[in-house]
Design a protein. Structure first.
Length: 516
């Protein structure tokens, strides 16, 4: 099969082009949302400005309860003046002050692990909007460094797995939250990078790369545990899934369990360190508590679960008041579903692989079901959002693509072209809808996003050119990562363990296998 793109260009050229596409796409998503543009950002921003203990960072006013009033800038507390008002642009922010301090009671005081807020507090400054933009770039930078390190340390098949998994599930939810200050950015980054690092670290590779990949998996676990307590629970789940899949390798080299033990301990501590852990037993304080029997409630919730899970692609941006167009939903769903089907159909599935995939699938359905049952409410009434299980959905797609037995697999040419086009179109429509919502707050009569703009950040490209930049950049990055195929480069001797636990060292330059 011929390559889609030239093979004789140096790797450095492809890296530069890919980074250029990433920067262009990230810039467009970052600047397209105003301050406070993701769900509960008033809470998260106040928690960043005044991390626990709040009295060490902000003025705390007299009050009762766990959340006495604290003083934060008006542009922090009221930046969401457009929320739930789909016809209202973000122009209301233009009248907010960075110097006027007002009291708020919505901030973290034990609900979250809190380390995410401590870290982001380092970037707080007097210019609130600039500080928020810096924090968004920090999240993008962390994702680039961690995913990029895993990508370059992995084998050629591991790189394909990383690219297919990340890009095949990126639009629209992951892209939106990864360019926000919402802790979900770290939750997704941490859990997914932990799974990639652990899985690729236990796949056939050289010893130095194995150590590095497993270490990066632990770094991902630290980020996940620092962001959200439910991510802590997910760490335990993905560790179990990887250990089941790679059981012959682990059981004969027990020291490889160490990073999994560390990640699981971090996960358990994160889960128990905040009051979100009570949701698994006592439920959450949702509205719409139902006065019906538990069995009837369970049956009805089981029927509603597909609607909840598909919310990953049928996503509402902003404060859940800006639905992505159906074009985005259909294209993104087709790519993710297609990757899962292709991965399973091409892999030589064994019992452990099936057990790992089924376990992840049951966790995706079981976690929200457990919470709504404990809360005695319906899935559709609970306020549960698909972003809460987004890390598990991404890992599930990756698990479907994983295969130790066919390391040279890559998508066929026609499928590659189709997936690149569908993913790029999905991103293009989602970004257009996001910019349109905040620039005008209403549907445009023409195609130009700049016409009649009521809100936009000054000093950069216009809304229309920002959309063009983001669309082209994402398409460029996707094309390179999906389609570029380079000649195979011999790797160092790979330490592998077969199905029966026999260890061997194989040299790609030879055809034989030398038993240890």
């Amino acid at each position: 099969m011929k390559n889609i793109l030239p093979r004789n260009w140096p790797m450095g050229v492809w890296v530069i082009l890919c980074l250029a596409g990433l920067i262009m796409s990230s810039y467009a998503w970052i600047v397209s949302s105003p301050t406070g543009g993701s769900p509960d950002d008033d809470f998260h921003q106040a928690s960043i400005w005044c991390p626990t203990p709040a009295d060490q960072h902000c003025v705390v006013l007299p009050g009762e309860g766990d959340h006495p009033p604290i003083l934060v800038p008006q542009s922090v507390a009221q930046s969401d003046c457009y929320r739930f008002l789909a016809g209202k642009s973000a122009a209301c922010q233009l009248h907010l002050s960075d110097r006027l301090m007002i009291p708020v009671t919505r901030y973290d005081n034990g609900m979250y692990p809190g380390y995410y807020y401590d870290f982001m507090h380092m970037f707080v400054e007097n210019d609130v909007d600039r500080a928020i933009l810096v924090m968004r770039w920090v999240n993008v930078g962390l994702a680039t460094l961690l995913y990029g390190a895993i990508f370059f340390l992995a084998s050629p098949s591991g790189r394909r797995l990383t690219a297919y998994t990340l890009l095949g599930t990126a639009v629209p939810l992951v892209t939106f939250f990864s360019t926000s200050i919402n802790p979900s950015a770290w939750a997704i980054l941490g859990v997914v990078s932990a799974w990639l690092g652990f899985h690729l670290g236990l796949s056939p590779t050289s010893k130095p790369r194995r150590i590095a990949l497993l270490s990066l998996g632990v770094v991902g676990a630290v980020l996940a545990a620092a962001a959200r307590s439910d991510s802590g629970a997910y760490l335990v789940i993905i560790c179990a899934a990887v250990l089941v899949y790679h059981w012959p390798t682990v059981i004969h080299r027990i020291r490889l369990v160490t990073p999994f033990v560390v990640a699981s301990i971090l996960g358990v501590l994160s889960f128990l360190s905040s009051n979100q852990a009570d949701a698994a037993t006592g439920g959450m304080n949702f509205t719409g508590r139902q006065q019906i029997g538990s069995i009837k409630l369970f049956v009805m919730n089981v029927f509603q679960l597909p609607e909840y899970v598909t919310g990953y692609w049928n996503f509402y941006m902003g404060w859940l008041d800006t639905k992505v167009p159906w074009t985005t939903t259909i294209c993104a769903t087709a790519v993710a579903f297609g990757l899962c089907v292709w991965g399973i159909s091409q892999a030589k599935m064994n019992f452990r692989h099936w057990l790992s995939i089924i376990g992840l699938f049951l966790a995706i359905l079981g976690v929200p079901l457990l919470i709504v049952q404990a809360s005695h409410t319906f899935v559709s009434y609970s306020g549960m959002q698909a972003r809460y299980i987004a890390p598990l959905i991404i890992v599930f797609v990756g698990a479907c693509l994983a295969d130790r037995n066919q390391p040279s697999r890559s998508l066929p040419l026609a499928t590659t072209v189709a997936f690149v086009v569908l993913t790029s179109v999905a991103n293009m429509y989602a970004l257009y809808t996001l910019i349109q919502r905040y620039v005008t707050g209403a549907r445009l009569t023409g195609l130009s996003l700049s016409a009649g703009a009521q809100w936009w950040r000054g000093g950069g490209p216009s809304p229309m050119w920002t959309w063009v930049m983001g669309s082209v950049g994402f398409a460029l990055m996707t094309t390179i990562l999906f389609a570029v195929r380079r000649p195979s480069v011999p790797e160092p001797a790979l330490t592998t363990i077969d199905e029966y636990g026999s260890m061997s060292t194989s040299d790609p330059l030879t055809t034989g296998t030398q038993q240890k």
